[in-house]
Design a protein around this ligand. Structure first.
Ligand code: ZN
Length: 177
């Protein structure tokens, strides 16, 4: 059975706004939240940080900035909102993890500092023919047994987004907020 993953409206808005800011370059950051009985809850999203590297087909976050911000949010949330995994955008190319993406996900799992042996790994994507359109796909995967497996992404009930799940496990979010 597919893992379920929930996302808070504010976190989704932050993620999509950051992705939109970089029409032709990749961006990304970290997914923060907690694991509940019914699946992971993404409660906050971190952006790239000031020293991030935004390429046409690659992205490296400002790791030090992310660590500082992550720790601050963890403290201020009474140690409930912690690191869950990474996200980045594919402004063209679709929601498919590259070889480097798989490597990054495994590196996060193996690095004890992240405390995420089965991290979430999300890709926000757009197809080239949709570059100027509003629609983004958000695919949230989770690394299990060395493989990236799709989760079923569920906006929290109060979201009110137009949500359609395709057979490929890609949730299409036509967020107009
Ligand atoms: Zn990628």
């Amino acid at each position: 059975m597919r893992d379920v993953c929930w996302i808070e409206p504010g976190a989704l808005t932050t993620l999509l706004a950051e992705a939109r800011r970089w029409l032709l370059r990749e961006t990304g950051g970290a997914l923060l939240g907690w694991r509940g009985e019914e699946g992971a809850v993404i409660a906050a999203v971190l952006g790239p940080g000031p020293e991030a590297n935004h390429g046409l087909r690659h992205f490296e976050p400002d790791v030090q900035w992310q660590q500082r911000e992550g720790e601050r949010i963890y403290r201020e949330s009474g140690r409930t909102i912690a690191y869950l995994g990474d996200w980045h955008s594919h402004p063209y190319g679709g929601p498919y993890p590259s070889r480097q993406d798989r490597k990054t996900a495994r590196m996060i799992a193996d690095d004890r500092a992240f405390r995420a042996p089965e991290p979430l790994y999300a890709i926000a994507s757009k197809h080239w023919y949709q570059l100027r359109g509003p629609g983004w796909h958000l695919r949230v995967m989770r690394l299990r047994g060395g493989r990236l497996l799709d989760t079923s992404l569920q906006p929290l009930p109060e979201l009110g987004l137009d949500r359609r799940e395709s057979q490929s496990g890609v949730t299409q979010l036509d967020a107009t907020t």
